[in-house]
Design a protein. Structure first.
Length: 682
């Protein structure tokens, strides 16, 4: 899989930061005085959830998608297996309304609007943060204002203790289901103001695991009940990241290069006793991005971002049959390749009019292009190009315990296509208002409320996909409202070292929802604006920490109640699914994390529960129910301090009770598995 060209690219990627550093002089070693950073009083107005530090590191999770399951209001759509697609949905507003930011710059996919979070490892993650609405600040790019909810993936920055100039961490992971995962992270201090990091990870697995397949007839009798092996779920992937971090007078900058290359099976649904298929997906994802922030004066701050991304996807679907327990591959149904390019630039200006009043102006520009090679398709591909300009004007004001944050985002989209009719230019203005109030100075208690209107553009697939797309689609509009509170209990010398609770009630209304609707030909569906979804729910999060002698305990508990109902009409008529709960929306869900640390030992227990919901077969009837599922994960870690290095050994048990469950109907998940990790830190 990884030929000479890829090895050459790896070498170039590895040494790229050194080329950037060639313009930086290495001063002699100097001992700097301690610097204390002071900032304005910061009050979190928007509901926020975060996993970071040891709590994140000790989770028995394979990737970012697995860790996000522990946030209230988040549903991960997991199609099973190590190579299966994993996407995120917040408050049932749809995957397309979630902005995922990697070190401050959004991960994009203009083709289908979906970010596959299974590609991103937890090895290099410093924190995962979820905001409903947007951040509680205005010093950010226009893109940060342009989503209904945002997830921020923050990678680790080099930290050197004492006189150390080099940090090296080497890990090896293996599992009980044929899984091998070596990785390393190297950090180097190049000067007092510049540091470097390089990390890489290689994953290989055939992805095979046992599962039980059981289905009942409508009368309750058993239709199928068998044990089988999940096939075509293997993966071979290489990830390489390289970062350069620098400090300047009253500011900082960083540059990052990221490359991901994978070949994986795309496991299909288990239907009609078919347990194997021939779907394969090949991905190459590359991006380079940079970030600069500087305080020009005491009142004026400037921030700049830039990014270039190239994504290649090759998808092959072949017919397969099983003969004498052997999978036989027949002719290809489709063999398609897609090539995406993205250019992105952002400039942010913030000015403090008064010590309590700030205003910002952000301007972003983004260019996207999609090319394709589609064998066997006679219809001409549209080769779309999209030019997007975003301008946001935002302001925040603080008065005592009161804080208000308001913003208006203007978006202009222009498209060009080679064939077929192009979508008309679109200009939209979307406002947002956030209020926070701390009524008592003595108690860390904050109440909040926000209202935000946002929209999402149709993707290239929605507009131009052969035989399906519609160039007349309108944007999908979303109104959301939230009321909640956060209370950090005073702990003092009591039993708890930390005890906080937050709860929010929300309402969402999606109009002009983009859905696939049938036409006169049942084999041809069209994308159209006809959907409306109204939702409401309650989210709660409890964080606590305590200690008993030398044992430190920490816990994170979440609970979510949600309703999202379909109010779609077609040509003025109510559909059969009218007021039904939309697919894969559980009424009840929750999670828990318990961590115990004693000297060099660490124990972690985590639990996830997802209640009853319905699959995508339109109606809320008994036959379409998807049963609740839950998992219990355990891990034990032991750290050893050797003479020249530190060694950490970890044993994990995932799905400890071996529950047979499905996140997506007919896509079985793994049962009980064991994972072993050895890490050496120098």
């Amino acid at each position: 899989m990884y030929n000479t060209n890829r090895i050459s690219f790896f070498i170039l990627l590895f040494f790229a930061p050194f080329l950037l550093h060639s313009q930086v002089s290495n001063d002699s070693l100097r001992v700097l005085k301690e610097v204390i950073l002071k900032a304005k009083p910061y009050q979190e107005v928007i509901p926020v959830q975060s996993l970071s530090g040891k709590l994140l590191e000790n989770l028995a999770s394979h990737n970012v998608a697995d860790a996000l399951r522990y946030f209230a209001g988040v549903q991960i759509k997991d199609y099973g297996g190590l190579g299966g697609l994993k996407t995120v949905d917040v408050r049932n507003m749809g995957t397309h309304h979630v902005g995922v930011f990697y070190d401050g710059i959004q991960l994009g996919n203009a083709q289908n609007g979906v970010t596959d979070l299974g590609k991103y490892s937890l090895d290099d993650m410093e924190s995962l943060t979820l905001y409903n609405g947007q951040k509680s600040e205005i010093f950010q790019s226009a893109k940060d204002f342009a989503a209904a909810s945002t997830i921020y993936l923050k990678t680790k920055r080099p930290v050197f203790e004492g006189n150390k100039k080099t940090n090296l961490l080497v890990r090896f992971k293996t599992m009980s289901i044929n899984y091998y995962d070596p990785s390393f992270r190297w950090e180097q201090k190049l000067s007092d103001k510049v540091s470097l990091s390089v990390s890489s990870e290689y994953i290989k697995s055939n992805g095979e695991y046992k599962f039980r397949y059981k289905r009942n007839n409508q009368d309750g009798s058993v239709a199928y009940d068998t044990t089988a092996t999940r096939l075509n779920s293997g993966i071979e992937a290489l990830r390489v990241e390289s970062g350069l971090y620098g400090k300047i007078n009253n500011g900082s900058w960083d540059a990052k290069i990221y490359y991901y290359d994978s070949e994986r099976g795309a496991p299909g649904a288990i239907v009609e006793n078919k347990f194997s298929d021939g779907f394969r997906q090949y991905d190459k994802n590359f991006f380079g991005q940079g970030f600069l922030v500087k305080d020009i004066t005491e009142k004026y701050k400037f921030q700049a971002k830039a990014k270039y991304a190239y994504d290649y996807t090759h998808y092959v679907a072949r017919d397969t049959t099983t003969v004498l327990d052997e999978t036989v591959t027949e002719g290809a149904q489709s063999d398609d390749s897609y090539y995406q390019q993205e250019y992105y630039f952002s400039a942010v200006n913030m000015y403090s009019i008064l010590p309590t009043w700030d205003v910002s102006l952000s301007t972003d520009f983004q260019y996207n292009r999609l090319n394709a090679t589609r064998r066997g398709i006679q219809t001409q591909f549209s080769y779309p190009e999209r030019y997007t300009t975003l301008v946001s004007l935002a302001s925040t004001y603080r008065l005592g315990g009161f804080k208000v944050l308001g913003s208006v985002l203007g978006t202009h989209v222009q498209e060009e296509v080679r064939y077929n009719a192009k979508a008309p230019d679109k200009t939209e203005f979307t406002p947002a208002l956030f209020l926070g109030y701390t009524p008592f100075k003595k108690y860390d208690f904050t109440v909040r409320a926000f209202a935000k209107r946002i929209f999402r553009m149709p993707t290239f697939n929605d507009l131009y996909y052969t035989m399906v797309g519609s160039s007349t689609l309108r944007p999908e509009y979303m109104n959301q409202y939230d009321v909640g509170f956060t209370y950090n209990f005073p702990v003092g010398k009591g039993f708890f070292d930390k005890f906080s609770i937050q709860a929010d009630g929300y309402y969402t209304n999606t109009k002009d929802k983009i859905v696939a609707a049938p036409t006169g030909n049942l084999f041809r569906w069209m994308m159209t604006n006809m959907g409306q979804v109204k939702g409401h729910g309650i989210e709660s999060v409890i964080n606590l920490g305590t200690h008993i002698s030398k044992v430190n305990l920490a816990a994170n508990i979440t609970y979510t109640y949600s309703e999202s109902r379909d109010f779609t009409k077609f040509r003025g008529l109510e559909l059969s699914s009218y007021v039904d709960q939309i697919p894969y929306t559980p009424w009840h869900s929750g999670s828990g994390i318990l961590n115990a640390n004693y000297e060099s030992w660490n124990f972690n227990y985590s639990f996830i529960y997802v209640g009853k919901r319905y699959n995508g077969n339109v109606n809320n009837i008994k036959i379409n129910e998807v049963q609740p599922w839950y998992t219990h994960d355990l891990s034990v870690q032991k750290a050893f301090a050797l003479r020249y290095c530190k060694l950490k050994a970890t044993i994990e048990m995932n799905n400890a009770f071996n529950q047979q469950y499905e996140v997506i109907y007919n896509y079985p998940m793994p049962g009980r598995t064991f994972k072993f990790i050895i890490g050496i830190e120098i």
